[in-house]
Design a protein around this ligand. Structure first.
Ligand code: FMN
Length: 436
């Protein structure tokens, strides 16, 4: 019997990223308005996706020749609208799909975060998530008046305390606190709403929350820590882990590692779904898909500067300051450690230039390409090998045609094979996520 798996979309900020690609229409003028996001959310809901994860970073890249020029000129991770606003609009336009904005712990005081995510859970009828990130750039830190980001592992220590506090705020309202008893005239039972008096090493809050309880109790926590410390954190707290891992054997090893860590924390490993980043190429036929792939690879090879700028942004390394024709040397980062480790491993003895050209950062976890039926079959095989739990699509050319390829091509092909749900069984996001 085939086993269904889960699907999510990694929405990289604004659809304006696809500007200049075919089928993007008037996106340069319309990206600011919500219509495209809402069409995307509705389409993926009709396709029965589990969730949309809204990526975020709160700064413009500056890690290429010490300038913002290349980032702005090419729209690399900019513009980025506030994800909580986009998430709220998506919640209003849908009824079943999970909505997961990225909110960084260094940027939001815990009380503000707990209230924001609980409110999103309320207005969406129990479909909110939170992609919990700890930040990766001093440029972002400076936008918040900080001199620099805290050291990588310490950020996770702080995040352990942060989530403990946020959990307590979410629990500060007993689920039955809202009485609304017309006879006694009591709306809320004050004995079921508790002050938390949290005084930690890094954060404090008195509580209780003033927005009332979240329908899910605890909205869904998404996390992507890829370093050993990051995995330890994610396996302790997350309901879904998003992972960028190359190749089915490594994906299996990653998932096994996370599941073993969960058992170590006394958790049921089936209570967290590991979603692997992939960039499927869908077309009418395998030949068409291969042509798209070849074109994309050729464009990438011509765009070494863009790759360096992208990699530089998330590792805080200005590659233009290094010798492009020498081995890459021992690079370190206080940003995304896992990505830099992957880059170093892939580089081996290559020069920096060769390493950049050959490095694939597009989330090509495994190659998925061809007709909808081809891709559905490939996804089934990969999941069989990995053991579960699903895929997170990262699409460099997200536009309405891509959405139709998924909704009207891939989803029915997966459903025919019993690899994807045909309807949502539950009201709440977590219940759907944990259904299988
Ligand atoms: C699929 C995926 C999505 C991510 N989204 C974001 C994001 O939106 N914002 C952000 O600052 N970091 C994001 N990250 C980075 C993670 O928060 C984390 O820094 C990264 O996975 C490396 O883990 P490490 O810091 O433990 O090495 C994402 C990572 C992955 C794999």
């Amino acid at each position: 019997m085939p086993h269904p798996f889960h699907l999510g979309l990694f929405l990289q900020g604004s659809s304006v990223q696809a500007w200049g690609q075919p089928w993007t229409g008037r996106i340069a003028e319309t990206w600011m308005k919500p219509e495209f996001f809402l069409d995307a959310a509705r389409s993926l809901e009709r396709a029965c996706f589990d969730y949309i994860l809204l990526e975020d970073s709160s700064y413009i890249g500056e890690s290429f020749a010490g300038s913002r020029a290349i980032y702005l000129h090419n729209g690399i991770s900019v513009p980025r609208q506030d994800p909580s606003v986009v998430a709220s609009l998506m919640a209003g336009a849908t009824r079943h799909i999970g909505i997961v904005p990225t909110l960084a712990t260094f940027a939001y005081p815990p009380f503000l975060l707990a209230r924001l995510v609980a409110t999103l859970d309320q207005v969406s009828g129990g479909r909110a998530g939170w992609n919990m990130v700890t930040g990766s750039s001093d440029f972002a830190a400076r936008n918040f008046g900080l001199e620099k980001l805290t050291e990588h592992d310490l950020r996770y220590d702080m995040a352990d305390e942060y989530i403990d506090l946020v959990d307590r705020l979410w629990k500060s309202w007993h689920p039955d606190a809202l009485v609304a008893d017309a006879e006694s005239g009591m709306l809320v039972d004050h004995e079921r709403v508790h002050q938390i008096d949290f005084k930690g090493k890094y954060y404090s809050s008195r509580g209780p929350l003033n927005c009332g309880p979240a329908p899910q109790g605890r909205p869904v926590i998404a996390q992507a820590g890829g370093s050993p410390r990051g995995r330890e954190f994610a396996s302790r707290h997350a309901d879904t882990i998003v992972a960028s891992v190359v190749g089915a054997p490594a994906m299996r090893a990653y998932r096994d590692d996370v599941r073993a860590r969960m058992v170590g924390h006394g958790r049921d490993p089936d209570s967290c779904k590991v979603m692997f980043l992939v960039t499927p190429i869908l077309a009418a036929s395998m030949a068409d898909a291969r042509a798209i792939q070849a074109e994309r690879r050729a464009a990438e090879a011509r765009q070494t500067d863009l790759k360096m700028a992208f990699l530089g942004k998330i590792t805080n390394i200005d590659f233009t300051k290094l010798d492009l024709d020498a081995p890459i040397g021992d690079l370190t980062t206080n940003g995304h450690q896992q990505l830099l480790d992957d880059f170093k491993k892939a580089a081996g003895n290559k020069t920096l230039r060769q390493a950049i050209v050959s490095f694939n950062h597009d989330g090509d976890g495994v190659e998925l390409l061809g007709s909808p039926d081809d891709v559905a079959a490939q996804m089934g095989e990969v999941m069989q090998e990995v053991g579960g739990d699903g895929f997170l699509f990262s699409l460099p050319n997200l536009h309405r045609r891509t959405l139709a390829e998924i909704e009207d091509g891939l989803a029915p092909a997966l459903q025919k094979r019993g690899l994807m749900r045909k309807a949502y069984a539950h009201e709440h996001f977590r219940d759907n996520l944990l259904e299988f």
